[in-house]
Design a protein around this ligand. Sequence first.
Ligand code: G6Q
Length: 545
Amino acid sequence: MKPAAHLILDQLKKSHVEQEGLRIADLFEQDSGRFDRFSANCGDILFDYSKTGIDAETRGLLFELAAAAGLNEKRKALFDGEIVNVTEGRAVQHMALRSSVDQSVMLEGEDVVPAVLGVRDRMVRFATDVRSGRIAGKGGAFTDIVNIGIGGSDLGPVMATAALAPDHDGPRTHFVSNVDGADILDVLKRVDPAKTLFLVASKTFTTQETMTNAATARAWLVAALGEDAVGDHFAALSTALDKTGAFGIADDRTFGFWDWVGGRYSVWSAIGLSLMIAVGPEKFERFLAGARAVDEHFQTSQMESNVPVLMALVGIWHRNICGYDTHAVLPYDQHLHRFPAYLQQLDMESNGKRIDLNGDEVSTATGPIVWGEPGTNGQHAFYQLIHQGTSVIPADFLIAAHPAEPVGDHHEKLAANAFAQTEALMFGKTVKQVEETLREQGLAADEIARLAPHKVFPGNRPTCTFLYPRLTPFILGQLIALYEHKVFVQGAIWNINSFDQWGVELGKELAGELLPMVKGEKDAEGRSGSTQGLLAAYHAMRNTA
Ligand code: G6Q
């Protein structure tokens, strides 16, 4: 972190210490207009951060922190296409993927929008023809699409197709990612080879899991329909056109993207083809438009009303000032059930870094552990720890005003639970309140004394709430882009590179080294004692039925 930013961070820490004992609920007592002053809108999405410990003074300091960290300059460098991913020597321009026809995005002196729109047009034609049956398999129109990819080539389409389930009117979509054969076999059991289209989604077209699954799918298809079916039943989503051809996928079935698109930012590119086929090109365009609206909001809104900036600063407050290690994402929206997993990659792969842009070890904590599950399910499980555990877990709650699928009063109950949780987390329950309730229940004094401590809720646990009209393609695009830019702002303040992923690359190398030992083709000499022991035990178990 830059020295000037560090000084402000120290001031924030001092303010936090001075505020010791001040509770979030007190902030509402002090300011009846707190909700209005500590919430902001990005289009139709309302972001409420009033149930955090941030007050006007600390918010002012957080804005100063962002400015001192060079946020404005860094944001400009990002959108101007400078090489912000310095360790890979790349610009970062996933925003260009959601461009409209009237935009231009210059990278190294060239406008990349025509190329982006060119691929998008081809995707639209392909998706339209697959949906109409004009492009078909050996057995007629495709009934099933199987996207084979992992990480950034999987999580985006998986999450987004689940989120927009009510909008599906195309073929069924399936996603295979894990190299565990169970993943692909479970899908192959359910589909008809003559009516199935495989999309091999891999930026590099070398990823072990994806190539293994693609080869298995190819062999399965060839066994059923013959070698000449491959061309009709496969398409590739990749930047590696040489490798897709070698697999047997023709160039007109290959949809490319560019090295300035990171895997975890690629759902807007050809990687989103499964989503486009599922919901249709018009809705995919609305999805892009939602993200585009956020790009505009992020670049033009003042900090006070800039939702991604506010989201990031709330996170900095919790991580660097309050010292909270984790961040929960709790969608009260069943169709967002993969959103926490998606954000896990977006946030933790981007900001899980310990070396700054100068190559020095960072002096502050960086990205938190991100986790979550949809409400209300989580309430019956891990919310115990959120309410009464020893760790404070800041949480984002997400809820629509209108249900995706209305039935009875389900949605009112869902919303009541979401609002009740954030209120309970803030207020908690004092020992006095608990004793009173137990007295009203007619319990004896010694029983009350015994039970009361267990029933106390400390409260003062911060939450933010996102409220949106309904989960449309546009709103989904907005939500994803809000978190993308939040992650960028935090990375900018921590002065780290949010766009590389050397930790992930290591995994790719290691499995390659171990594979011959697991296969028994090479002995494990030189590996750690534990690895040798595990390999020996593994081979012994494999040799017994
Ligand atoms: C994302 C990561 C990583 C990547 C996968 C798949 O930002 O780089 O999750 O997306 O490893 O890579 P391929 O698309 O190259 O198969």
